[in-house]
Design a protein around this ligand. Structure first.
Ligand SMILES: Nc1ncnc2c1ncn2[C@@H]1O[C@H](COP(=O)(O)OP(=O)(O)O)[C@@H](O)[C@H]1O
Ligand SMILES: [Mg+2]
Length: 396
């Protein structure tokens, strides 16, 4: 089946779209990427999205839900075109949406106890209407309702595609936030450990944005950081962050490593009279150390570390990772045949496939959910339910 996966992560940099051919069922899937197309948000939209995450009006949530629905639909149509297909040849879309609020720790409500929630926007109704294709979205809320953190969800797909009989692998995703999935050699789904480690690109992006007065959104290829020298005083200060000591399961986000954190780093920079390159070099190493710190909670030695996400393109950060994991080899997802930038989008195509086949795709050992659940909500496409069910029935 041809399936489109759509993803926009905590960097809010745009929609990544992957068109994949998926066959098989359950834990025996084969997945082939036919095309990948990133659709960056215009710079002002990225700022609006990031600002919304730290507090915006309900009117803005309502409006951006529709705006992002349009962008996600465009991203889907672009990747379909790039693959040389027509929308009618795509069975369905899996869309993660854009997280604007994630409150898995819960808030006490009289008579209800602790109520936990998460909100991803980019209206799937708009995506289905513009593309004519059935769209699965809202993957996280069902896991939350079942008592889980609603995240991370990619580990299930890591297990499907990257588990190895004899090699113990650590999959690292460097999006806005960094997270790891440990796949023990020959382990079962319930042996997976996965959690957030701290920042991925978030601190580096935030610093570059501030240091260039908004002219640049990232330190491309890690070039600025490569010119600097690590400042051990700043590094020690950063490593004192309480999140790093917290045992898993744990998740973090912009509230911990967003603008206020970046502002504190800049204050230290001025106090210690550091150059921009020095601060970036230090934060790059800081990011690498937080990722390798994951080993503290994994009970076994690693045979290899495999890195995906936009941060895998940052050479300085990759160099720092190689140094802190040494002698364990650190490779990019690309080296084992997967576009490192495309992978998260592929993951949501796979998760949608499981949803429509009625298969549970959360990993309770990872999210803390009370039981496995079928994730997501489904919006029918132009041809309605019967045609979708026929396609899926034929596939079974
Ligand atoms: N060539 C590059 N050099 C350095 N950093 C990069 C490069 N390409 C992407 N990135 C980083 O990756 C981030 C986007 O990564 P992505 O995996 O899309 O994260 P998210 O899932 O949070 O959206 C960018 O904000 C940037 O920091
Ligand atoms: Mg992104």
């Amino acid at each position: 089946m041809n399936v489109v996966g759509l993803m926009s992560g905590t960097s809010g940099d745009g929609v990544d779209a992957a068109l994949v051919d998926i066959r098989g069922s359950g834990l025996a899937l084969s997945v082939t990427v036919l095309a990948f197309a990133p659709t960056p948000y215009p710079a002002d939209l990225q700022r609006r999205v990031l600002t919304l995450c730290s507090g915006g009006s309900v009117a803005e949530v309502c409006h951006l839900n529709a705006v992002l629905g349009e962008w996600f639909a465009r991203a889907a149509l672009r990747v379909i075109k790039k693959a040389g297909l027509r929308p009618a040849e795509v069975a369905f879309i899996g869309s993660h949406g854009q997280t604007v609020q994630h409150l898995p720790q819960g808030i006490r409500e009289r008579g209800l106890g602790s109520v936990r929630s998460t909100l991803q926007i980019a209206a799937p109704t708009v995506i289905a209407e513009r593309t004519g294709i059935a769209t699965v979205a809202d993957f996280r809320p069902r896991d939350i309702a079942a008592g889980g953190q609603g995240a991370p969800l990619a580990p299930y797909v890591h297990y499907l595609l990257f588990r190895h009989a004899t090699r113990s692998r650590l999959i690292v995703n460097l999006g806005g936030i960094g997270n790891v999935t440990h796949l023990p050699a020959g382990g079962s789904l319930s042996a997976i450990r996965a959690f957030d480690t701290g920042p991925g690109n978030m601190v580096l992006d935030g610093l570059v944005h501030r240091l260039t007065d908004g002219r640049q959104t990232m330190d491309r290829d890690g070039r600025l950081a490569a010119q600097g020298t690590v400042d051990t005083g700043l590094l020690a200060e950063l490593l004192a962050h309480p999140f790093l000591k917290q045992p898993p399961p744990k998740t973090t986000g912009r509230e911990a490593f967003g603008d206020p954190f970046v502002a504190r780093v800049l204050a230290t920079m001025r106090r210690r009279r550091l150059a921009a390159g020095d601060v970036l070099a230090t934060c790059s190493l800081f990011t690498a150390v937080t990722v390798s710190g994951a080993r503290r909670w994994l009970g076994e030695n690693l045979d290899e570390v495999i890195v995906g996400g936009g941060g895998a393109r940052n050479r300085t950060l990759m160099g720092d990772l190689a140094a802190v994991f040494e002698p364990t080899p650190v490779r990019r997802l690309d080296e084992i045949g997967w576009d490192s930038k495309a992978f998260e989008a592929v993951a949501f195509a796979v998760l949608a496939y499981q949803t429509l086949h009625g298969d549970c795709a959360n990993v309770p050992a990872v999210t803390g959910a009370a039981h496995p659940v079928v994730l997501g909500t489904v919006v029918p496409g132009k041809q309605g339910w019967p045609s979708l069910f026929r396609k899926i029935g034929k596939n079974r």
